[in-house]
Design a protein around this ligand. Structure first.
Ligand code: SAH
Length: 241
């Protein structure tokens, strides 16, 4: 699952260019019994199986021996702290990160307490394994490594990069089924385009994710736009509230 996803697109190119290394480890390689079992029934009873602690501890110890001690050992779990762009940026600054993926009902809690250095969730829903969350984290982190995404400005303008959402994008044709690209974008007025994009990004954030604006890094022009939009909202006869 992990290797399949890493074989495509931006991630594959980044790995090929050695901008990052990702290695998937099979927990069964770190078992000692004949059946190579990685799971067992839960103490106390109940449905499902639980990942045993030994293979996870051994896997991390082997990784530390092979490549050096990791600076973070992330357990992915629905009970973790919400993974967000700031967390991605923090992890992108580390040299070696291990991500522990659960399965079944989850992982023996001694792994969370004594092996993981942190616990991250990718959202309030339950997936059947930690592989997709791990890939989500790897992808978000990889985009922030210089050179992975061709154009650095593209990453700097992404949603959440400065705490606000991205502005809408358009490409050719200028008119498609009667729907036209906003005039300003085809006008060639760079100053106007820049302002329009800022206004769109702030308006979108204000409408959809106003809570983001509290921590957003806005420049003077953007602060002015926000003030104006908020004034207008207050004055509107049918405000959102
Ligand atoms: N019984 C657990 C869910 C286990 S799901 C509970 O209710 O919390 C199996 C594994 O999938 C978890 O151990 C975790 O590694 C992964 N997983 C599932 N949903 C996730 C999410 N939203 N974020 C991160 N990891 C998740």
């Amino acid at each position: 699952m992990i290797e399949g996803a890493l074989a495509e697109g931006i991630l594959a190119r980044a790995i090929q260019r050695e901008l990052l290394t990702v290695r998937a480890r099979d927990l069964r390689e770190f078992t000692e019994d004949r059946h190579r079992s990685v799971d067992d029934v839960p103490y106390g009873g109940g449905p499902g199986m639980v990942l045993k602690p030994e293979p996870l501890f051994r896997a991390v110890e082997a990784i530390a021996r092979d490549t050096g001690a990791p600076q973070a050992i992330v357990l992915v779990s629905p009970q973790g702290r919400p993974f967000c762009q700031d967390e991605a940026a923090r992890l992108a600054g580390l040299e070696r990160v291990v991500i522990l993926c659960g399965r079944y009902e989850g992982i023996d809690d001694r792994v969370r307490e004594n092996l993981a250095t942190e616990e991250l969730s990718i959202g309030d829903y339950v997936l059947s394994g930690g592989e997709l969350p791990a890939l989500v984290i790897v992808d978000a982190v990889a985009r922030l490594i210089p050179g992975v995404v061709g154009d650095e400005d593209s990453v700097a303008g992404d949603s959440f990069a400065r705490g606000i959402l991205d502005f809408p994008h358009f490409t050719r044709p200028a008119e498609f089924r009667d729907w036209k690209v906003p005039d300003v974008l085809v006008s060639g007025h760079h100053g106007e385009i820049r302002k329009w994009r800022k206004r769109q990004a702030i308006e979108l954030t204000l409408q959809r994710r106003p809570e983001l604006l509290a921590d957003a890094e806005l420049d003077v022009e953007e602060q002015e736009i926000l003030r104006e939009l908020m004034e207008r909202q207050k004055g509107a006869p049918h405000g959102r509230d």
